[in-house]
Design a protein around this ligand. Structure first.
Ligand SMILES: *Cc1c(COP(=O)(O)O)cnc(C)c1O
Ligand SMILES: [Zn+2]
Length: 460
């Protein structure tokens, strides 16, 4: 068995067949990894190897920004890997603007723009992997709970391929319209639960089990395999030279976990010498990881992390009735399902966790937008977090930093229009009630009478 599912709890460590459909370890309940016995496979000897595929872009599996790295996620034979052209993303070099805003020297900030994926967020990197796997094991339907982008991603794979139907669970009133419109338009069965994301997450797990629907939430280990490739593409754009830092918003912590696994494997395979440091950025209104990691000192501890501490934390949260609340809806999550894997990633990548306020998120978002390639609020948390860490002296101003812009600007137009616009009620409803006091980078539209002289006067 050269490829299998492996329980990440070292005191359990059980292995399971790759074709066994599992959501967690049946023996101990921990998360599962997709694990490779590289000695029996043929991993590349250098990362430069992947450049040989650039001339083969007319072949869909070479065009895919995920599957052209198939040798580093070989859990299915290539012919079983489904692609709709995901991962055609760019590492944007910033000159001045948002880079200067973070306090880094010119040319030191890079933005990995995942909004260019088919459904407009990084989720497609993982969904193509999980969708391929679900189809491979014979599922007819796939389901997820989602703050929006996972459902948009599942729905697009379902609609484009017709290989599995999609069922999505959302909390009521908690989904940005850009994302909801995608799921509806692509024909996903959409189930709106009277509750929040954490409620939807619990229900979808119960329902999937009962009805045998394939679950593609981010506890799905195959999704994380696909998301590793975001880091491969970052390295590719930097000519295989790892940056000093990777900054990423933290919600369910799938991305940060996947990045950690990518670097662990690249390092073990001798494909990188330097390990980038990882900065995971929470919204202050959904800051479980920040509090546990930075305030309570929760650590991976070789897999023997303090579960009592975590349980106590959640119990206190429930007792206080604390619910996640942030304009960055994609990271409005208080019980991150990948917490343990993220701790492992933070451990391997000497990670740091920060929280940022609504104001900091929106100001950073405006700066990103002003540099082109705008993003949705959650994505901008990464930039806001970097600014904070540069100010604290944790990131030096001459270090190379890659922020992952996780989702497209058009996903959540309300936040953007409220920030820049002149409608006071809309502002109050969208941002004011969240404590956002000012909009220093607003690009206000100007009103003018329908009169040529007045318009000319204005623009002269
Ligand atoms: C899902 C998502 C996140 C959160 O990623 P996790 O892997 O859940 O931590 C952040 N930003 C956007 C735009 C997302 O869609
Ligand atoms: Zn186990």
């Amino acid at each position: 068995m050269s490829i299998y599912q492996h329980c990440i709890n070292p005191s359990c460590g059980k292995n399971y067949d790759i074709a066994e459909v599992l959501h967690r370890c049946p023996a101990c309940g921990e998360l599962l990894d997709v694990q490779y016995d590289w000695n029996k496979l043929q991993p590349p000897k250098t990362l430069k190897h992947f450049e040989t595929f650039w001339t083969q872009r007319s072949e869909p599996h070479r065009f895919s920004g995920v599957w052209r790295f198939h040798e580093l996620l070989p859990f299915l034979p290539p012919e079983k890997c489904i692609t709709i052209g995901e991962g055609q993303t760019v590492l944007q070099r910033t000159a001045g603007g948002v880079g200067t805003y973070t306090g880094l020297r010119t040319g030191k900030l890079f933005l990995q723009y995942e909004g260019l994926n088919p459904s407009g967020s990084f989720k497609d990197n993982g969904m193509c992997a999980a969708f391929s796997y679900g189809h491979f094991v014979g599922a007819k339907r796939a389901a997820c709970a989602s703050t929006g982008n996972t459902s948009a991603s599942l729905a697009i794979y379902s609609a484009c391929t017709k290989l599995m139907e999609s069922v999505i669970f959302i909390g009521s009133g908690k989904i940005a319209y850009g994302k909801l419109s995608q799921a509806l338009d692509y024909g996903a069965k959409t189930v709106q639960i009277a509750g929040d994301f954490d409620d939807a997450m619990e229900r979808v797990q119960q329902v999937s089990k009962e009805l045998g629907i394939y679950l593609v939430n981010s506890l799905n280990p195959f999704r994380l395999e696909g998301q590793k490739t975001i880091m491969f593409r970052v390295l590719e754009a930097l000519r295989w030279e790892p940056p000093d830092w990777i900054a990423v918003p933290g919600g369910n912590l799938g991305n940060s976990s996947a990045f950690g696994k990518a670097f662990i494997e690249l390092y073990q395979l001798g494909l990188i010498k330097k390990i980038p440091r990882l900065a995971v950025i929470n919204a202050a209104g959904a800051n479980t990881l920040y509090r546990l990691y930075e305030k309570e000192n929760l650590r991976w501890n070789n897999g023997d992390y303090n579960k009592e501490l975590t349980q106590k934390f959640y119990a206190a949260m429930d007792a206080e009735g604390r619910k996640a609340s942030t304009i960055a809806s994609a990271i409005e999550i208080n019980r991150p399902v990948n917490l343990s894997k993220c701790l492992r990633a933070l451990n391997f990548c000497s990670g740091v966790v920060r929280e940022v306020s609504e104001q900091e998120i929106l100001d950073a978002k405006a700066q990103v937008g002003a540099g082109g390639f705008g993003c949705e609020p959650a994505s901008a948390a990464s930039v806001a977090g970097v600014k904070k860490m540069v100010a604290e002296g944790i990131i030096a101003e001459d270090e190379t930093v890659v922020c992952v812009l996780t989702g497209h600007q058009l996903k959540d137009p309300n936040a953007t229009v409220a920030y820049h616009g002149t409608d006071k009620n809309f502002y109050e409803d969208t941002l004011g009630k969240r404590g956002v006091k000012s909009t220093p980078f607003a690009n206000r539209p100007v009103s003018v009478p329908n009169d040529i002289d007045a318009i000319v006067q204005l623009l002269r």
